[in-house]
Design a protein around this ligand. Structure first.
Ligand code: ATP
Ligand code: FE2
Length: 314
């Protein structure tokens, strides 16, 4: 049996995952940087340096494997915060050299997509990728094509920004989801432009609102999720697909999944969200993408690489 060790380190999470070449996730360990205020790049990189060996050791232990049993090492080469990317990249190169294992640097966003497809067993879905930095509607047509995306910030970062203003801590997404359960509707602007969305105006407005926090959280979710549901539906129609795959950290939100599910049901499409443990950043998705790109080798980081820059030749 062949295994890939994947090391994730684009942003808040340092993770190590082990996946078999057949696509079974054997181990997935991570340490997430949290703070009251947000992410300071050098502080996050220090956090990753502190925990990188630990998460790798723990992943090997969980998988009951030694480094010698690993056939391939992959790491998140980008996009992401450069000092964090270096931690994952350097560790992958170091282990690869010491143990004579090939090393491949892969795209973090593409890894979110392909772990979604693997875990939901979808054939050719429209992907709704809703994470921290990225919010995109994507479909594979020769390469990953972006049908629509945020014109300013990703929804995860938008929610975190709102959380920072309101003192909800970081990351704020799960807190907002809990508070929203007890909220009722107050008016917020709705911002869809063609296939694109924008969140920063809504966040500015919501941050200044003096209404009950539960009501603001509820309305923020309803507005932003309705915008995503609208563009996802249009993408299904344009691309003539009948599967929608929700991926990325915000994909953990039950209300977002419920709204997309209703839309898909109404148009006879299949809907699935990536399982919780594979929704946010982790090493297993890096390992699986490494396996898909096992014939390449690379070194260094690519902090600005976009999903549609990646050659899909696997
Ligand atoms: P990207 O993949 O775009 O580079 P990222 O790697 O930072 O961004 P993820 O780890 O996929 O993103 O997701 C993190 C985001 O998910 C955070 O902004 C967090 O607030 C948000 N999030 C996590 N759980 C929930 C939830 N239940 N509801 C809403 N948002 C959530
Ligand atoms: Fe991510």
């Amino acid at each position: 049996m062949k295994y890939c060790l994947g090391i994730e380190g684009t942003a808040h999470t340092i993770g190590a995952g082990i996946v078999s070449f057949e696509g079974n996730v054997i181990a997935n360990e991570k340490e997430v940087y949290t703070s009251e205020t947000g992410m300071i790049p050098t502080a996050v990189a220090e956090h990753h340096k502190k925990y990188v060996d630990e998460v790798i050791e723990q992943a090997l232990k969980t998988a009951k494997l030694e480094l010698q049993d690993i056939s391939l090492i992959s790491y998140s080469a980008g996009p992401g915060i450069a000092p964090c990317l270096h931690v994952a990249s350097n560790k992958a190169q170091e282990l690869g050299k010491e143990n004579n294992i090939p090393v491949v640097g892969i795209n973090h966003c593409v890894a979110h997509l392909t772990i979604g497809q693997l875990s939901t067993k979808m054939k050719d879905p429209v992907f709704l990728y809703v994470a921290g930095a990225n919010t995109q509607v994507i479909c594979l047509a020769g390469k990953f094509r972006i049908f629509g995306e945020t014109l300013d910030i990703g929804l995860g970062n938008a929610l975190d920004k709102f959380g920072r203003e309101k003192g909800l801590g970081f990351p704020a997404g799960p807190k907002i989801e809990q508070l929203a359960k007890k909220g009722k509707w107050v008016d917020l602007p709705y911002s869809v432009k063609g296939m694109d969305v924008s969140f920063s105006g809504i966040i500015t407005k919501a941050s200044r609102m003096q209404e009950k926090i539960e009501d603001v959280c509820y309305s923020l979710q309803e507005t932003c999720f309705a915008m995503l549901t609208e563009v996802a539906e249009r993408a299904l129609a344009h691309a003539e697909r009948d599967e929608l795959c929700l991926i990325g950290g915000v994909g953990a939100n039950k209300r977002l999944a419920a709204m997309l599910n209703i839309m898909c049901k109404e148009r006879g499409a299949k809907f699935a969200a990536v399982p919780l443990d594979l929704a946010g950043d982790q090493g297993a998705m890096i390992a699986w993408q490494g396996i898909l790109e096992k014939d390449k080798t690379s070194e260094g980081i690519r902090p600005y690489e976009r999903t549609d820059d990646v050659d899909v030749t696997w």
